[in-house]
Ligand binder design. Sequence first.
Ligand code: ADE
Length: 342
Amino acid sequence: MGRERIVGGDQVGNDEDLVQFSLRPSSLSEYIGQHELRAKLEVLLEAARQRDEAVEHVLLYGPPGLGKTTLAHIIAREMGSKIISTSGPGLQRAADLMGILTNLNDGDVLFIDEIHRLSSVIEEFIYPAMEDYKVDFVVDKGAFAKVINVPLKRFTLIGATTRAGMLSAPLRDRFGLHYHLDFYPPEDLAIIVRRSAQLLEIQIENEAADVVAGRSRGTPRIANRLLRRVRDYAAVKGDGKVGVDIAVKALDTEGVDSMGLDALDRKLLETIIRYYKGGPVGIEALGATLNEEIDTLVDMVEPFLLKIGYIRRTKRGRTVSEEAARHLGLKIGTDGPQADLF
Ligand code: ADE
């Protein structure tokens, strides 16, 4: 994905991966939020354990940073099995996947992130693996080509995607379980912030944790990232303790406003208001005006703006709400192009 954003739900690097990894809950009982999903998972895992069977294939979908990978690890751990992680774009050759599949034992988890980006060759290859626990592998070429049928153990495929709509119907249908992860309410995020602060030994007041939670766009990964920025600010500008004042100043300095919007969010809203009179405007036109990839806008920017009602998707394109305009101090229909916007 293009640029790095402090409020982007995507991962931004190895160091960050390490910290995020250390903050991850490792069991369902430690997992905060997503209450309905957790309740369903508890029953599912207990039933599978009672029958001593592998869990059915699971599709997890929802915006980045909400815990799809974390849940996949928790499922494997709760089942006492091994997890192998890969991603749609990372799986290039059938032979690679073949190697992975044949090394899985009963109940093991194969986690495929960004599963909507699997190549069609790999996708075809994976159908019989999911359905009948076997793969048809072609060896040799031309007149000597043979199909070997390789049986597999009963593994669990967990697929994660930000866009369930981009999965082909045959692939989607082969998952017995479809779980949607939604943005976390601020009260759940505040608990996550306090938990992470404790693990990272950061002294943070409850009200300051609420500030961080309120600006985290419903996303734990962002909450944990903002918490670290706030910690840095407190260490440099204060005495290391995080109070409300420090939290607000730190996040204002980072360009994350009271709703959790950053410069790119504001630019998108402002563009629709100033250049397209509040919309509707097609995503392609927006991408071109903002000079941003459409995927970035659709996966990283829009979901939260849709969630809080700042933009709406209509058949003719995106429109901005009055509330969003008010947040920016603008008026739809009155505020036009401004020379210094870009
Ligand atoms: N850290 C990140 N996401 C979390 C969650 N859902 N529960 C607990 N800690 C987390």
